[in-house]
Design a binder for this molecule. Structure first.
Ligand code: WT7
Length: 640
C-alpha cells in the first residue's frame, strides 16, 4: 500500500524526514489523494499571536473527502465490501455493503438532504445508533459540504439539546429505537424532549430501525425511507476548500460545558488515512474491526474515515460485548475473520472478569494485530489480551490520542515497533511531542516525566472550538507558550519510549469516556436537596476510573436519606447520560475548602485513592475537621 512504512529502519528514517522537512513529508503523502486543485503551500501556522491558534494545511487546495473514499477507490474496489454490519442480535442478518453500493446510498441521501434545504456549512446533528445509516449520513453531509455533529446515542435529552443549540443545527437525524444488548431505547422520544428547547431545528429525519410505534410530528418529522423515495443517486460532490469544516464533535474538559472540537477537510483526511494504514499495517484483504461507537472520535477516525479512505473493509457492530454472552467479540472475530481488532482497555478488563472460557472456545486464528485506545492499559490486561486473545503472536498497538488530535499521535506501528506493556512507545512520523515541567520548561533527553505537549502542528489537529476561538487558545495553548497542551501526564523512559500516565486536569476517564468533573458537579447540584458537591476520579478495577461524589445536602428526613443517592444518580443520568452516574456518593457535612472558598480536590482525590497518609498541609483549611469526618465516612477503605 502507498505511504505505508514496513520496517523499523524505514520508520526511523521517515520520522527524521518528517521533523527535518514537514512540508516535503506531508506534501508527498498528500500527492496520493484526488484534488480539484493542489495547494499553494503545505502548512502555515502559529500557536501564539493574533487570533491564535492559526493552523492551515494544504492552503487553498480544493477537494471533497468523499471523492477520496469513492471516486478514488472505485476503479479497484467497486465490488469489494466496504462495511460489514454485525447486528445487536446475532440471529439477525449481517449486512455487507460494497464500495459501489455505499456510494449510491451516500449520493442518494446527499440529494435528499439538499432537497430539504441542507446546504454547505449547515450543521447537521446526528443522533443514531450503530447502524449503516450513520456513516451514510456522515458521508452524505461531507458530500454536500454540510458539517456533521454526531452525538453519541447514550447522551441524555439535555446533553443533546446543548449540542444542538451550541452548533445551531437545523436538522437532526435519528432513529425510532436503538438496540443495546437485551434492551431497546426509544431514541425518538429523547430527541422530542431535547427539541422542546431547541429553536434552530426545522426537520428531524427518522430512521425506522426496529419498527415499534413512536411519536411522530409531521411536517417536522420525516421518515428516512420517505425522504429518499424517488430520489436519484446522481450527485456531484461539492468542491471544498482544504480548511472548510468537515465536522464538529463535542468533548468534555476541565471547565464549563463540552466544547465542539472542529476538524477540517484535507488535514483530517490525510492524517486518518496515513495513521490507519501505518499503525494497523492494513493490507489488501484484511478485515478491520474497531469496536468503538461512532459517536466518539475513535469511531469517526477508525471505523469510518481512516478505513474507507484506505479502501479497507471495516466492521461495524451494533451491540455490546456481553450480549448474548461475554464471548460475543470473539464469536464475531471468527465469523468475519477479523484480522485487526481495536478496542478499549475497559472492555478487556470487563471480559477478564467473566472468565477465560469465553475466549478459549473460539478459534481467533484470523487475528494478526490487536489495538487498544482510550485509557492507560494496565499490565495484567495487556498480558491477558496478548496471551489469551492474541495467542502471543499478535502485536499489540497501544494507541494514544484525543478527540482534538483527530488521529493517533503516539503508538507502535504494528509488528514494526518493539512494544512494552503499558507504553504507547514512539510518536508517529510528523508528531513532535515534548515533556514539560510544571514551570513550563521543556525537559530534554530521556528518563523525564511531566506534562505531555506537542510543539509542531500535524494535519489532523483541531482548528478551533466551535463558536468560541478564544476558548480554544485558552484551553490548549495558553498554559505553555507555543505548545499544544494535551492535558495528559507522561514519562519518556530511558529508551525514549512514552508512557501515558493519565489526565493532569479535572477530567476523568471512565470506561474510556471522557467526563469533566465540573459537569458532573453541575448535574448533581441540580437536585433540589443538594447544596454543593465535589467530584473526583478514583481507581476502579474495570472502568479504569470511577466517579466519586462528595455531596452536602439540606437536612434530610429519614425517608429522604434512603432515596437520595438514587435520586442524585438519576439526576446525573437525566442531565448528562447514564454513563456519567457517580459510582460512589458520600454525603458529608462539609467539603474541605481554603479560606478563600476553593474546594481542595487534591485531598478528596487522595481519600478516593484510599490513601490519607500524605494529605499535605491541611491547616490552611477553613475547617480542617471536615477532613477527619470524610475519612471516617469514606466509601473506600482508607489507609491512614
Ligand atoms: C484522553 C482522550 C481518541 C481516543 C479515545 C478517547 C486518554 C487515550 C490513551 C492511551 C492512555 C489514553 C488520554 C487522552 N487516552 N488513549 N492509549 N493510553 N490514555 O478520546 O475522549 O478525547 O479522550 O483519553 O487521557 O487525553 P477522548
Amino acid at each position: 500500500m502507498k505511504n505505508q512504512i514496513s520496517s523499523l529502519q524505514e520508520y526511523l528514517k521517515k520520522y527524521q524526514e518528517s521533523v527535518d522537512d514537514p512540508k516535503k513529508f506531508w506534501g508527498e503523502i498528500a500527492d496520493t489523494f484526488n484534488w480539484h486543485k493542489k495547494w499553494d503551500d503545505v502548512v502555515d501556522w502559529y500557536f501564539e499571536g493574533e487570533d491564535a491558534p492559526n493552523v492551515k494545511w494544504f492552503l487553498n487546495a480544493k477537494l471533497n473527502i468523499t471523492e477520496n473514499i469513492f471516486e478514488r477507490n472505485l476503479p479497484l474496489r467497486k465490488d469489494q465490501i466496504a462495511i460489514i454490519w454485525e447486528p445487536n442480535d446475532p440471529k439477525n442478518e449481517v449486512i455487507k455493503i460494497t464500495y459501489g453500493e455505499l456510494f449510491e446510498k451516500v449520493k442518494q441521501f446527499a440529494n435528499a438532504l439538499k432537497n430539504i434545504g441542507v446546504k454547505k456549512g449547515d450543521r447537521v446533528a446526528i443522533y443514531l445508533p450503530m447502524v449503516l445509516e450513520l456513516p451514510i449520513a456522515m458521508l452524505a453531509c461531507a458530500r454536500i459540504g454540510a458539517i456533521h455533529s454526531v452525538v453519541f446515542a447514550g447522551f441524555s435529552a439535555n446533553s443533546l439539546a446543548d449540542r444542538i443549540n451550541d452548533a445551531k443545527s437545523n436538522v437532526v437525524i435519528t432513529a425510532d429505537f436503538a438496540n443495546r444488548g437485551p434492551k431497546s431505547l426509544n431514541l425518538k422520544s429523547i430527541v422530542d424532549e431535547a427539541l422542546q428547547n431547541c429553536t434552530s431545528v426545522k426537520n428531524t429525519i427518522v430512521l425506522k430501525h426496529n419498527g415499534e410505534k413512536i411519536n411522530f410530528e409531521s411536517p417536522r418529522d420525516i421518515w428516512w425511507h420517505d425522504l429518499i423515495k424517488n430520489i436519484s443517486s446522481e450527485n456531484i460532490a461539492e468542491v471544498m476548500d482544504s480548511e472548510d469544516t468537515l465536522f464538529i464533535l463535542y468533548t468534555s474538559g476541565s471547565t464549563g460545558k463540552p466544547k465542539g472540537v472542529l476538524h477540517t477537510t484535507a488535514g483530517y483526511m490525510i492524517y486518518t488515512e496515513y495513521t490507519f494504514k501505518n499503525v494497523f499495517q492494513y493490507h489488501e484483504g484484511d478485515i478491520f474491526w474497531c469496536t468503538a461507537d461512532i459517536g466518539w472520535v475513535t469511531g469517526h477516525s477508525y471505523i469510518v474515515y481512516g478505513p474507507l479512505l484506505s479502501g479497507a473493509t471495516t466492521v461495524m457492530f451494533e451491540g455490546i460485548p456481553t450480549y448474548p454472552d461475554a464471548g460475543r467479540f470473539w464469536e464475531v472475530v471468527d465469523k468475519h475473520k477479523v484480522t485487526q481488532f481495536y478496542t478499549a482497555p475497559t472492555a478487556i478488563r470487563s471480559l477478564i472478569a467473566q472468565g477465560d472460557e469465553f475466549v478459549t472456545k473460539h478459534k481467533l486464528d484470523s487475528l494478526k494485530i490487536l489495538g487498544t485506545v482510550g485509557e492507560p492499559i494496565n499490565e495484567e490486561a495487556w498480558r491477558w489480551y496478548h496471551n489469551l486473545v492474541g495467542k502471543s503472536r499478535c502485536p499489540i498497538v497501544d494507541t494514544w490520542w484525543q478527540t482534538e488530535t483527530g488521529g493517533i499521535l503516539i503508538s507502535p506501528l504494528a509488528g514494526i515497533t518493539p512494544t512494552k506493556p503499558s507504553f504507547a512507545t514512539l510518536p508517529l512520523p510528523g508528531i513532535q511531542p515534548v515533556i514539560v515541567s510544571p514551570e513550563g520548561k521543556i525537559l530534554e533527553g530521556n528518563s523525564v516525566q511531566g506534562n505531555l505537549c506537542i510543539k509542531y502542528p500535524w494535519p489532523g489537529m483541531l482548528r478551533t472550538t466551535y463558536g468560541d476561538h478564544p476558548r480554544c487558545y485558552k484551553t490548549y495553548f495558553s498554559t505553555y507558550k507555543n505548545l499544544y497542551m494535551t492535558g495528559d501526564g507522561a514519562k519518556r523512559d530511558e529508551e525514549g519510549y512514552y508512557r501515558i500516565l493519565g489526565r493532569v486536569d479535572d477530567v476523568i476517564n471512565v470506561s474510556g469516556h471522557r467526563i469533566g468533573t465540573a459537569e458532573v458537579e453541575d448535574a448533581i447540584n441540580q437536585h433540589k436537596k443538594v447544596h454543593e458537591s465535589a467530584v473526583v476520579g478514583y481507581p476502579h478495577e474495570i472502568k479504569g476510573q470511577g466517579i466519586y461524589a462528595y455531596v452536602t445536602c439540606a437536612k434530610l428526613s429519614d425517608a429522604e436519606k434512603l432515596t437520595i443517592e438514587k435520586e442524585i444518580r438519576d439526576t446525573v443520568g437525566k442531565i448528562i447520560g447514564s454513563f456519567a452516574k457517580p459510582d460512589l456518593i458520600q454525603l458529608v457535612n462539609g467539603l474541605p475548602k481554603t479560606r478563600s472558598g476553593k474546594i481542595m480536590r487534591r485531598i478528596l482525590r487522595k481519600i478516593g485513592e484510599g490513601d490519607a497518609t500524605n494529605l499535605g498541609d491541611i491547616s490552611t483549611l477553613l475547617d480542617p475537621s471536615v477532613v477527619e469526618e470524610i475519612i471516617n465516612g469514606a466509601k473506600v477503605e482508607v489507609k491512614r
